[in-house]
Design a protein around this ligand. Structure first.
Ligand code: G5P
Ligand code: MG
Length: 227
């Protein structure tokens, strides 16, 4: 009988626009991990007009964080559906109370931190387009869709995120500095934080890939480095 590999509990942190979504999709292409993005979860609720979605919109449009109790309940509820999988959390936790609540429910094995200068981020976000139904992310310069304004897989129209307006981006970066930086220190103290610094995802990605290969041999690899 084979030994069942231990499930991996991972988090990816980084400022808005640092490339969490882009790197996460490369990770899930290469490793057997489920990706859960708190932003995608909230946007899905907004699209469906749920109670949480209506509440979330008032915060997101102002570049503010959703209250901890609402966000924690939503994320932990979603994680219950993934108990038999290894997972990668993107965008949660974003505050110390969220990190502590997550710790009470799961032991986090590793935290990937993307450290990208704010000036680089501001430029990126104004060029971002997304496919709301799937969460697929494009960038006019970096990874343009095959047909301008259309999703590669479905051909459906792409949209810009309301919170990518320049004035909202500045507020989001400020919220990140005030509320998420302490989460980095929290994981640093626990000895699970690994920081990757740079200005280009294509240069950061091979380092993340190499790190995951050495640190987490227990996860099944699907293929060699796929961007
Ligand atoms: P989100 O959705 O979690 P953010 O603000 O954390 O949003 P975001 O904006 O989704 O993060 P990202 O995922 O880090 O950014 O970055 P990305 O989408 O991969 O890349 C950004 C752009 O740059 C894309 O267009 C990509 O193609 C491009 N790009 C990537 N690499 C490169 C490169 O090397 N070069 C170039 N030129 N371009 C590149 O959260 C949204 C809101 O939801 C609420 C908050 O209000 C938040 O503001 N929220 C929460 N509130 C409370 N608690 C939580 N836990 C919450 N989670 C979400
Ligand atoms: Mg994202």
């Amino acid at each position: 009988m084979g030994v069942t590999p231990r499930l991996l509990r991972a988090v990816i942190l980084g400022a808005p626009g640092s490339g969490k979504g882009t790197v996460s999709s490369r990770i899930t292409k290469n490793f057997e991990l489920k990706h859960l993005s708190s932003g995608d979860l909230l946007r899905d609720n907004m699209l469906r007009g749920t109670e949480i979605g209506v509440l979330a919109k008032t915060f997101i449009d102002q570049g503010k964080l959703i209250p901890d109790d609402v966000m924690t309940r939503l994320a932990l509820h979603e994680l219950k559906t993934l108990t038999q999988y290894s997972w990668l959390l993107d965008g949660f936790p974003r505050t110390l109370p969220q990190a502590e609540a997550l710790d009470r429910a799961y032991r986090i094995d590793l935290v990937i931190n993307l450290n990208v200068p704010f000036e680089v981020i501001k430029q990126r976000l104004t060029a971002r387009w997304i496919h709301p139904a799937s969460g697929r992310v494009y960038n006019i310069e970096f990874n343009p869709p095959k047909t301008m304004g259309r999703d590669d897989m479905t051909g459906e129209p792409l949209v810009q995120r309301e919170d990518d307006r320049p004035e909202t981006v500045i507020k989001r970066l400020k919220a990140y500095e005030d509320q998420t930086q302490p989460v980095l220190e929290y994981y640093q103290k626990k000895g699970v934080l690994e920081t990757f610094s740079g200005t280009e995802t294509n240069k950061i990605w091979p380092c993340v890939y190499a790190f995951l290969q050495t640190k987490v041999p227990q996860i099944n690899q699907k293929a060699s480095v796929t961007p």
